[in-house]
Design a protein around this ligand. Structure first.
Ligand SMILES: Cc1ncc(COP(=O)(O)O)c(C=O)c1O
Length: 501
């Protein structure tokens, strides 16, 4: 309400100026109108009231209103009062017309990993651009007919039952039950639906979990190379990051022990199944040491198991969270690697009281999820369709991995070292010192190829002469072409290839 405003600051009245008071008020009114602080049609206080509010003589206000009226800024309507002229045009209100709404932004908004270089943005729109991503699946291989059928049924059943209402949580519960059963059967987790909080992606899972556990100043351990979106969250929450080295058996538990004696460590974030980005699987002995250290030093382990489904050799490790005696692991999973990144479904597995707190915080961000999609996902899991799909694509992904290995070998020979991972959808490729990976990444853009430099996975922004090359979202022909472009970018005579423009 205008009457409640503090009129002196609103009119920016300056007591020191030598102008007559009524002129100062008239000018203050006009500036406030032009700058949009008094919109057209606003009713002004009566002259007596305004005189009181501004602590001036009533005569001064009458003169000020008259001055603004003669110039067309205000209009007076008998028995109703004085208004800002509603007929003012955009031309008369230039600063209003020009100035977009710009609320002050209090926090830093762009985390470096998410800031996109203009050339990458441009390549996103080019049909011939190729992407070595972090290891995502290929949407072209999804069983479209099955998805159509399941989505249609989910839609029909959800609507026909008339059970969809705000806060009903029915389909969410079905999906939580389906996931719990999947985790019990395939990953050895002793959980039920009450231990599962659904979210719309790993990022949301990590954000919810970290914001529940961390306060500013807390120490969080992350590996020397790690998943940037995760540590960007911890930093945003005010945590202090400390890095732990990785070797061929995974994270160095001896260092964790030492760091816990130096700092009060609150949490460690890990991807033990296939370490991101190096693909190393955390060895069995290290797993036991890690769980023992968590119990000894009382820190929480966030175990992110982003691509558990894909293992190409031997039996996969069971998650740390499957250990019956452990009390310190919060497990985060996602359906994105099986079903692609469009069906946004991730989940946090934790003790029930943690899940309840996660739920109530999730509700602050996102009231209800897509109930039809949740029903579809639950049915796909319960009917074994997800498993069937996995069996089918695993063969193809394995072939793609071999193709990439062969192409890399042919293009770079002994100038690179390729880790043979036990699973996952990406290769970690080290380059010898004669090749500068940062330069390749930048030159690759000129060849229509996007690939992330190893440095981007370093929380401390240290150079890393390696690349993570996701192979699953490219078919074999695309893999060959992408490797060719990579080799061209690495050649000392690399030049822009006109064919790709
Ligand atoms: C380590 C890791 N976690 C999570 C994700 C993304 O998962 P979501 O789609 O559930 O956000 C990715 C995607 O590449 C990833 O590499």
């Amino acid at each position: 309400m205008v009457q409640m405003r503090k009129w002196r600051p609103l009119l920016k009245l300056d007591d020191s100026a030598s102008q007559a008071s009524y002129r100062k008020i008239a000018e203050g009114l006009v500036t406030a109108i032009v700058e949009g602080r008094l919109p057209p049609g606003t009713l002004l206080p009566g002259t007596r009231e305004m005189a009181q509010l501004l602590d001036v003589n009533r005569k001064t206000v009458i003169l000020a209103y008259e001055e603004a009226m003669t110039k067309g800024w205000l209009v007076s309507e008998p028995r109703r009062g004085t208004f800002v002229n509603a007929q003012l045009t955009a031309k008369q209100l230039p600063s209003r017309a020009q100035a977009p709404f710009a609320p002050p932004i209090l926090a830093q908004t762009t985390a470096p990993y998410f800031a996109q270089n203009a050339q990458v943005t441009a390549l996103n729109h080019r049909h011939d651009a190729l992407f070595f991503d972090n290891g995502t699946s290929d949407h072209r291989l999804l069983p479209q007919a099955v998805l159509h059928r399941y989505y249609r049924n989910a839609l029909r059943n959800s609507f026909a039952s008339n059970t969809l209402r705000y806060g009903s949580e029915g389909t969410g519960y079905h999906l939580r039950c389906a996931l719990a059963e999947m985790l019990r059967n395939n990953r050895g987790l002793t959980v039920n639906a009450e231990n599962i909080c659904l979210t719309q992606g790993t990022q949301m899972s990590l954000y919810l979990t970290a914001s529940l556990l961390l306060k500013p100043g807390d120490v969080v351990l992350v590996e020397r190379l790690s998943y940037p979106p995760a540590w960007e969250i911890f930093r945003r929450l005010g945590a202090q990051l400390v890095t732990v080295d990785i070797d061929e058996e995974g994270c160095r538990t001896d260092q964790i022990d030492r760091l816990c004696r130096e700092h009060k460590v609150r949490m460690i974030y890990l991807t033990p199944h296939h370490q991101f980005p190096t693909t190393v699987s955390l060895h069995a002995a290290r797993r036991q040491q890690l769980l023992a250290l968590a119990a000894l030093h009382d820190f929480c382990i966030i175990e992110e198991d982003y691509d558990h489904e894909f293992h190409f050799s031997g039996r996969p490790y069971l998650p740390l969270a499957s250990d019956r005696a452990q009390r310190h692991v919060i497990y985060v999973g996602s359906l994105s690697k099986v079903l692609g990144s469009t069906f946004r479904c991730s989940y946090v597995v934790a003790p029930t009281q943690v899940v309840e707190a996660l739920h109530s915080n999730a509700a602050l961000m996102l009231g209800d999820a897509d109930a039809v999609a949740q029903k579809m996902l639950a049915d796909l899991i319960n009917d074994g369709e997800l498993k069937k799909h996995l069996r089918r694509v695993s063969k193809e992904y394995r072939a793609r991995r071999e193709t990439l290995q062969d192409c890399l070998q042919a293009a770079f020979g002994d100038r690179i070292q390729v880790r043979e991972p036990e699973g996952g959808l990406a290769l970690w490729v080290r380059f010898d010192d004669a090749i500068d990976v940062d330069q390749i990444v930048s030159a690759a853009l000129d060849h229509g190829l996007v690939v992330r430099s190893g440095r981007q996975f370093s929380p401390m922004d240290q150079a890393e002469n390696a690349l993570r090359l996701g192979f699953a979202s490219l078919n074999q022909e695309e893999i060959r072409e992408a490797t060719l472009r990579l080799a061209q970018a690495a050649s000392p005579h690399a030049h822009k290839n006109a064919d790709h423009h």
